[in-house]
Design a protein around this ligand. Sequence first.
Ligand code: DX5
Ligand code: ZN
Length: 219
Amino acid sequence: MIQIAPSILSADFSRLGEQVQLVEDAGAEVLHIDVMDGHFVPNLTFGPSLVKSLRDHSRMRFDVHLMVEEPERFIADFAAAGADHITFHLETSRHAHRVIQQIKELGMTAGIALNPATPLDGLKYILQDLDMVLLMTVNPGFGGQNFISNVIPKIQVLHRHLEQTQSSCLIEVDGGVNLETAPVVANAGAHILVAGAAVFAQPDPKQAVLELRQAAGLK
Ligand code: DX5
Ligand code: ZN
């Protein structure tokens, strides 16, 4: 079961509500929301108030991707704003297990993201507590970058491990997903495909979601 998660990073913010409606109409069930702090990544985006504004207008699952230092400082605010899921970066946390607990205690599901250069090894003793692992296929910070194909074996290895351990943890892939790369990551074992530019930088975002679903082998 593969899902497309449109990322609002490449949306037209002057009419964000409408843009979100378009992808919801296309059948997207997950909305990916990229939070950047200008420290962990060289870019700034939005905070909990944006999540709160969108919450009243959408029934999609809000998948918040924190690209911030000290993620533990922001989790309660995103929960209160209406997030359903929070992913934080392994590279930003010395107490990853504690952060996972914090997210779950607030009723959300929890994920950990790995940069392209970060090996899977650091997940070994926390994987059983995670609902999702996000494998970055670009260096985080910007939309519209090129897919880094070196990450494909990492997707395959994690997928095999999750199957062998009969884990229900999902693999999300984020960065450079388009009509060409969607089938590649789907075949490698990804369950959720984040797509920013391939949806919102297109003339018709609704049609773009439908085409990505098809490309990923979905009906
Ligand atoms: C990048 C973000 C991505 C971004 C992906 O740091 O985490 O979610 O929106 O954008 P595309 O799909 O354009 O590579
Ligand atoms: Zn993201």
